[in-house]
Design a protein around this ligand. Sequence first.
Ligand code: HEC
Length: 147
Amino acid sequence: MAPRFISGSLALLAMVVLGCQQTLKPVGDPVWPDRVPPGQIDFEQSVRPILEYHCLECHNSALAHEFAGLNLETRNLAMTTGRHAPVIVPGKPEDSLFIQVLELSPHHVYSMPAAQEKVEGVRLELLKTWIAQGASWPDGRPLREAD
Ligand code: HEC
């Protein structure tokens, strides 16, 4: 009985260790695009990584109540939550609070993201283009904070 128990535990341990190795991501900042891709912005490919990296730490279902109520996990939530909902106005990035808070000076109290580095340059242009094109956001996997 004992040996079998031990080998079972070892097998389990090995699975856990190997499993972790597979999910480990390289350390360091993600590689961001160096230009806005031409044509229609693909949410999954281009927008999801920016939001997961820069916004989901705070604007998720567990913590949104602390951050103006804004939950960015799904399109429906993003369009209906927040003290000033809707913060995204499809077709109108200039009227979208979602973009306005990114363009504030980093010293402004409402500057977003509140903690991490600013979203600027190509990433900001990409988000503006995405909203200008109608903010398409397919149903599916909710956004999660990036590791
Ligand atoms: C470290 C936490 C944190 C991160 C990360 C963060 N926010 Fe916020 N966000 C806040 C806080 C705090 C507020 C509330 C500010 C206030 O009004 O007092 C807020 C409010 C907002 C609002 C206003 C919502 C409303 O209806 O009033 C928008 C829009 C917003 N954030 C967008 C973003 C976007 C887009 C990102 C990612 C690029 C982001 N935030 C990342 C903490 C965060």
